[in-house]
Design a protein around this ligand. Sequence first.
Ligand code: MG
Length: 298
Amino acid sequence: MKSQVLSAILLTVALAIACLGQKADGNQTDKKSEATAQAGKAGPARPAATGYMDTPLIPGTKWHIHDDTRPRPAVITPGMNPGDPPSDAVVLFSGKESDIAQSWEDQKGQPTKWKVVEGAMECVPKSGYIRTKQEFGDVQLHIEFACPTPPGGNSQGRGNSGVFFSDGNFEVQVLDSYENKSYADGQCGALYGQHPPLVNACRKPGEWQTYDIVYHMPRFEGGKLAKPATATVFHNGVLLHEKRELMGPTGHKKIGSYAPIGKGSLQLQDHGNPVRYRNIWVRELEQYENSPTQLDKQ
Ligand code: MG
């Protein structure tokens, strides 16, 4: 008898707990419905925040640390392989005859005599420098070159050419400096006549070599130099110069004086040697967020 009474009590308690549970669920369902209704009134749900707005300002900018309203960088597609042009590059030479007529001319604005040989653009001695038809300011440039083989001449007479920025004002030297002694500020990778490269990273004549160069043109204020041109140069992936300042236009036995210049052509030098070039592309450099912050101006 006692056990029957105990079972009845336990059953009653279990039923009571079950009822309470149902009531609690009902409350939750009510709250969910209410929230859904509220959301419906407010319009479509906003995407979840990915950053923060309650963090300190980054000094010199108007942005908070991890600011969710700071513009995201443009999306580009990088090249498939190292050295391939990314989607936002201007391709100046990809191996086609038509690239020369489309993007290059001689220094008088006439068709150049440089020619395409085995998919490379080859300097024709005595035909003169070539320059891009398009003008550029601050750039990232990728260019590949091969010095003639078998090599001929010595010092500055062996595999000499050059990559020039700002309408021929500043030369990054191209020279066959593989087991070929010449003055330091004129060997391959030198900012000619001013800064020798940090190392000699030359490959043998005939072998393809790469330059990856970041060039910033000089800035002028009121006709006076405010900021000299700078160059960062990688040769075959090896750093030769890091944002190195140019003292003035480069030259043979002289350093030129700065005079106000704007955007200009890129040029390749005819120094009398049939140096070859291929895979040439350039990207014009933009400011962060495409608008200078205070820090960018410094
Ligand atoms: Mg040269």
